[in-house]
Design a protein around this ligand. Structure first.
Ligand code: HEM
Length: 183
């Protein structure tokens, strides 16, 4: 994954637990880089190792870390660095999720080696839909939950996410029912 992903993990851990904890996470992960170059591709394995090491050092399940990371990605990384892309994604959560299938197409223009996941929407209602998530990577569905929570916060709505079908439990792909209401 592009370096910006590892960089965002670093920012999250430094912001929430401090520099010393980040150094411990890196040591445990066997990562020696002092910085990550945003637009350079790094092996996926490095990102997985950082999440695994953070889970051990912080004594929290990896799923929890991924949820926090998803929220951080939307509310900090994306809004601060790619605000224009987020803005054009839509004016409401419903609009944004409807546009999500095409979202990374714009990101690919900036980062041509991107290997993004694919999203599809079905069963759309005024305040709900089903989001279908597919990726060649495994184990990142908790990250999607965190992203959806972050988007809810961004649009100032209360979001309820139900992970209805799980690839890890034999389903064809992950399906999330997403419902929202004004706070
Ligand atoms: C401007 C905002 C965004 C940027 C710049 C961005 C960019 C990226 C990058 C660089 C990766 C790593 C993949 C790679 O390097 O090959 C990634 C992965 C991912 N992105 Fe985005 N993204 C953005 C917003 C979003 C949003 C809003 C969602 C969904 C709600 C999303 C869902 C994901 C997921 C689930 C992955 C994990 C990779 C996988 O499942 O295979 N991203 N994105």
């Amino acid at each position: 994954m592009y370096g910006m992903v590892n960089s965002a993990i670093m920012d999250l851990i430094v912001a929430t637990h401090g520099e010393e904890t980040w150094q411990q996470v890196k040591l445990k992960a066997g990562v020696e880089d002092e910085i990550f170059i945003s637009n350079e591709a790094y092996p996926d394995e490095m990102t997985y190792k950082l999440v695994g090491a953070a889970s051990e050092v912080l004594n929290q399940p990896a799923g929890e870390i991924l949820i926090q990371f998803g929220r951080w990605w939307v509310l900090d990384t994306a809004l601060n660095n790619y605000g224009h892309l987020m803005k054009y994604g839509g004016r409401t959560l419903g609009e944004f999720l409807n546009n999500l299938p095409n979202f990374h197409t714009r990101v690919v223009m900036m980062f041509p080696a991107l290997q993004p996941p694919t999203f599809e929407c079905s069963d759309m209602g005024p305040n709900e839909l089903r989001l279908h998530y597919r990726s060649h990577r495994r184990g990142l569905s908790a990250f999607v939950v965190g992203l959806l929570e972050g988007l809810g916060e961004m649009f100032k709505v209360q979001v309820t996410i139900t992970h209805e079908e799980q690839l890890d439990q034999g389903a064809d792909h992950d399906i999330f029912h997403v419902a929202w209401s004004e706070v």
